[in-house]
Design a protein around this ligand. Structure first.
Ligand code: SAH
Length: 267
């Protein structure tokens, strides 16, 4: 498999992204999906580590490009009182809401929730954690990271922290667009607040359900420079290399990054 000839942007997601197939491929933790399981567990460990940092706590957290997933909120929900989830694609927001309302046919996150509870020291707390996520997510709204006001026409009060996992590299066709998306989402967080990111490195595509999506091929130093250039100070940046190959993406590593919006950046 290879990258699509034309970069797949937001409207392609709206037309073609199947949330159930995506969840099944990458988040089911089932046997026979060893690569996806390694990838997921690594990202859960990174999120656990980042959301254990002392300064990562506060009132509100905004999840940018949440997709249909909640794994990125499992450690975060222990540190923030309220969560707002944002994504461009209608069917992804609906799939997330289905799980939040505990409706029939919602995705089964229990194996993932148990894994995170185990990282936190008590695997038996999984039901409590699910409830916590369901209670804390107050809104699920449309956003477009390529817009100066990503949630326009709605304006949200700036949050204490934003988290974004595997979104910007899918949403941004080139490095200038990636840099400008970071400047756009910076307005969602208070000066002095934090950005937590999980980003795939060296990747040009990902695939599931016979559908291929583009990924902006990024190097660690490019992500760091883009984050700094958008008004943040990088506090932690750790790349995990991937040497095993898989049919479903050509990623070379994953970057876990924490940055702080410069307190003086109040524009
Ligand atoms: N955060 C999830 C989903 C990643 S998939 C995870 O970690 O698995 C990429 C997501 O980016 C999709 O849900 C897609 O709808 C969203 N997306 C694509 N272009 C976007 C844009 N311009 N603005 C906001 N979200 C976008």
């Amino acid at each position: 498999m290879e990258a699509p000839a034309i970069f797949t942007e937001a409207d392609f997601y709206q037309q073609n992204f199947n949330p159930q197939a995506y969840l099944e491929e990458y988040y089911s933790m089932s046997d026979g999906k060893e690569w996806a399981n390694v990838f997921l567990r690594q990202n859960l460990r990174s999120l656990h580590k980042m959301f254990s940092l002392d300064e990562l706590r506060g009132g509100t957290l905004i999840d940018v490009g949440c997709g249909p997933t909640i794994y990125q909120l499992l450690s975060a929900c222990e540190r923030f009182q309220e969560i707002i989830a944002l994504d461009y694609t209608d069917q992804n927001r609906q799939e997330l809401e289905k799980w939040l309302r505990n409706e029939e046919g919602a995705f089964d996150w229990v194996p993932v929730v148990k894994y995170v509870c185990e990282l936190e020291g008590d695997r038996e707390k999984w039901a409590e954690k699910q409830e916590k996520v369901r209670k804390k997510v107050k809104q699920v709204l449309k956003c477009d990271v390529t817009k100066a006001n990503p949630t326009g026409p709605v304006s949200l009060p700036p949050a204490d922290c934003i988290v974004s996992t595997l979104c910007l590299e899918g949403a941004c066709k080139d490095l200038p667009t990636f840099c400008s998306a970071l400047r756009n989402i910076r307005t969602l967080v208070k000066p002095g607040g934090h950005l937590v990111m999980v980003t795939v490195l060296g990747d040009t595509f990902y695939a599931f359900n016979k559908q291929v999506f583009s990924s902006l091929c990024l190097q660690k130093h490019e992500v760091e420079a883009a984050v700094e250039g958008a008004g943040f100070e990088v506090k932690l940046s750790e790349a995990q290399p991937y040497t095993e190959s898989t049919e479903c993406m050509d990623c070379q590593g994953v970057l876990a990054l924490v940055a702080r919006r410069r307190p003086s950046d109040t524009a």
